[in-house]
Ligand binder design. Structure first.
Ligand SMILES: Cc1cc2nc3c(=O)[nH]c(=O)nc-3n(C[C@H](O)[C@H](O)[C@H](O)COP(=O)(O)OP(=O)(O)OC[C@H]3O[C@@H](n4cnc5c(N)ncnc54)[C@H](O)[C@@H]3O)c2cc1C
Length: 398
């Protein structure tokens, strides 16, 4: 038993993505040992950039990785919303000193690989965290004060609790909730990371920029100390099937953006090695817990990426879950997980719903609705509009 912990066994974590590793670190901060079971043969993250609000940075401090997380981030000056038809700015949120002071942390952008690397190094360095690869969790059974996770290899492992941080297609969720496959949204996202010198010079802004347009939007921002630019472009093409990370030619990407202004089209032309994802989500559910098994991150509340909060919410989940397990004995684990669920469901559901609503918000045709949207955005106080999200330090709830 680790000093300060009443748990005589470890917590099992299915999934070594951002949510799973953040949870292992948060547990370790409370002297709780864990075993991370990752399906892939290697721990890592493909893909490109990720935006992180101050709410994620509050949690990094709780996980003991505040400093390295801040060091790898690019501190952007603005969130900028552009009109992709008229080629003009609609509005922006300043993210400079006043914003950072207000929220106590930055809004920043990071390379997924860099973020995962920071979490992984901290996990590897921590004696209370064990990492296992090629370990797909296929299901679980509970008996007495323990839960046993079954692995695809035929082996099984036992712990005091099991966290399903196994993403959108979670096997653990299949048993906890049993609500079938995720919903295919019909939106296709294409991603590319290009050297900064390839980015059109007049668009090398220190901002996370979103060009909103009919049935489409384009996002770009600098990453990795300004060495590269992250391009993420999405259009609504009624894609019927889920796809993740498939390489596609630039011509396919350009097809959905022939109607936007030349400057916005030019961004796509400069992309390279495009990959596509057909986006999926689910409706929110209240029940993330079955006895000593709990869901977390995309396994619990998969959302469309239009609010840039999926990873942030997964990290928040990890911090709260660890806080709830602090100091509990094995027999108290189910009650602690129920408390975790009750502390997290409302907030994560709000973000999940808002992420879905942004689909319409970003993709309007020119016309009265778009004019009303722009007028509403311009009238808002940009500094306080997301106070409930960025200003909240989830551990204060505990
Ligand atoms: C285009 C796009 C842009 C995005 N942009 C942002 C953004 O800017 N900001 C933000 O906060 N979020 C963003 N997100 C969302 C974010 O990527 C996810 O919410 C986040 O990665 C979820 O983390 P997770 O650990 O819950 O799941 P995942 O990252 O999916 O990790 C799950 C892990 O579990 C493993 N696994 C799967 N099944 C099993 C199993 N049965 N047993 C063991 N291991 C298993 C997987 O291999 C993987 O390593 C974006 C998403 C997309 C698609």
């Amino acid at each position: 038993m680790a000093p300060g912990s009443k748990l005589d066994d470890r917590i099992l974590i299915a999934g070594g993505g951002i949510g799973g590793l953040a949870t292992a670190l948060a547990l370790a901060q409370k002297n709780i040992p864990s075993l991370v079971l990752e399906k892939a043969a290697q721990l890592g993250e493909i893909g490109a950039g990720i935006q992180l609000g101050p709410n994620a940075f509050h949690c990094f401090d709780r996980l003991g990785v505040g400093e390295p997380a801040r060091q790898m981030a690019v501190y952007i000056d603005q969130l900028r919303l552009m009109d992709s038809m008229a080629d003009g700015e609609i509005c922006h949120i300043d993210l400079g000193e006043a914003f950072r002071k207000r929220y106590g942390n930055p809004y920043a952008v990071v390379h997924r690989g860099d973020l995962h690397g920071v979490l992984l190094k901290a996990c590897r360095d921590h004696p209370l965290i064990e990492l296992a690869v090629s370990s797909e969790v296929t299901g679980y059974q509970q008996e007495g004060r323990a839960v046993t996770a079954r692995l695809a290899s035929g082996e099984s492992v036992t712990g005091a609790g099991l966290v399903g941080a196994d993403g959108l297609w979670s096997n653990v969720r299949r048993q906890v909730v049993g609500d079938g496959a995720p919903r295919v949204s019909g939106h296709t996202t294409y991603r590319s990371v290009i050297p900064t010198e390839r980015m059109p010079e007049d668009l090398r802004w220190n901002a996370a920029t979103l060009w909103a347009g009919p049935k489409c939007h384009i996002v770009h921002y600098p990453l990795s100390g300004w060495k590269v630019f992250n391009l993420v472009v999405t259009y609504h093409n009624d894609a019927p099937e889920p796809v993740a990370g498939k390489p596609v030619p630039v011509e396919e990407v350009r097809r959905g953006f022939a109607h936007v202004c030349a400057r916005a089209q030019n961004i796509i032309r400069h992309g390279k090695d495009w990959r596509m994802w057909v986006l999926c989500d689910r409706d929110p559910v209240d029940g993330w817990v079955d006895g000593r098994v709990a869901l977390l991150g995309d396994a619990a509340h998969p959302m469309l990426p239009f609010f840039a909060q999926g990873a942030g919410q997964a990290i928040e989940d990890g911090a709260v879950l660890a806080g709830c397990l602090r100091g509990v004995s094995a027999s108290e684990v189910p009650a602690a997980l129920t408390r975790y669920e009750s502390l997290r469901v409302q907030r994560a559901t709000r973000v999940q719903r808002m992420s879905g609503e942004r689909r319409e918000h970003h993709h309007m045709d020119d016309g009265p609705d778009q004019v009303a949207r722009d007028a509403e955005l311009i009238s808002q106080d940009p500094a306080s509009v997301n106070e409930w999200l960025y200003g909240h330090d989830v551990e204060r709830d505990l």
